[in-house]
Design a protein around this ligand. Structure first.
Ligand code: NDP
Length: 247
């Protein structure tokens, strides 16, 4: 596991957006960020799940969260503008984004993949990250230091047969990490951009990809949080353009 011990109030007074915050790794990250002092904006497509995370954060007396129900498949420009306007009026700036939401899509060969489903995976896993960043960069430029974290995968570095659109979307995410990192270094040097490869983690996505695996043999989402804290907090201020492993 990535070796980092976060100070208890590492993210005190920080405003952090987490996508796919209702389940799996995104849920664990949202709660962990709140536990370390952040006000977390919970974005996801299933309102009930977001409400459960919100309630958990409230019960623990962490800073009050905010909920943004948004389906990244089919979200339109005005949805992103509205989100940016809401964050601007509520908080004035944004200190971090964890791009975590993803679709696994079809497990099939490229020769057989359905182009409509291919496009859906690319929209959710790639295009939405671009548009979200574009909408929120002005608010991140207002922060003293800001961190953008993308989520990659082993198959985003070395593709494996039948991982299809998902693998391609993660290669694209690796490229997006490098591009934002180098471009923002010139125009918005207070913003750093990196990616995390969670590695095999006990979530419903992993269970759909590997139905025969024993989930109890895998680390939980909570287990892999040290790197999520490290890249979001001030101990990683000089780290930019890296793709790091959580495990
Ligand atoms: P889960 O499927 O458990 O969670 C994914 C989250 O993304 C869910 O909350 C889901 O919402 C949300 N989401 C999916 N589609 C949309 C959409 N269209 N709009 C808004 N939100 C959406 O996955 P994991 O927690 O396992 O994965 C998290 C990240 O880690 C992903 O980027 C994944 O690719 C990556 N990863 C995971 C690995 C693992 O072993 N688990 C390994 C390598 C990478 P809802 O709850 O409503 O379905």
């Amino acid at each position: 596991m990535f070796d980092y011990q976060a100070p208890s109030q590492l993210l005190k007074d920080k405003i952090i957006l987490v996508t796919g915050a209702g389940d799996g790794i995104g849920k664990a990250a949202a709660i962990t960020y709140a536990q370390h002092g952040a006000t977390v904006i919970l974005l996801g497509r299933t309102t009930k799940k977001l409400e459960a995370v919100y309630d958990h954060i409230e019960k623990q007396h962490y800073p009050q969260a905010a909920i943004v129900p948004l389906n990244l498949d089919g979200a339109a420009e005005h949805d992103y503008i509205e989100l940016a306007n809401t964050i601007k009026s509520e908080f004035g700036h944004l200190d971090g984004i964890l791009h975590n939401a993803s679709l696994l899509g079809e497990r099939t060969s490229l020769a057989n993949c359905d182009p409509t489903l291919f496009e859906q995976v690319m929209r959710v896993n790639v295009t939405s990250q671009l548009v979200l960043n574009q909408a929120l960069l002005p608010l991140m430029q207002k922060a003293e230091h800001a961190s953008i974290i993308f989520t990659t995968s082993g198959v985003g570095r070395k593709a494996k047969a039948n991982w299809g659109a998902y693998a391609i979307s993660k290669f694209a995410t690796e490229a997006m990490t490098q591009l934002f990192a180098s471009e923002l270094a010139e125009h918005a040097p207070n913003i750093r951009t990196n990616a995390i490869n969670p590695g095999a983690t006990r979530t419903s996505m992993r269970a759909s990809a590997y139905p025969d695996e024993d989930p109890n043999s895998l680390p939980t989402a909570e287990d892999i949080m040290p790197i999520y804290l490290y890249l979001m907090g001030k101990d990683s201020l000089t780290v930019n353009g890296k793709s790091l492993d959580a495990q």
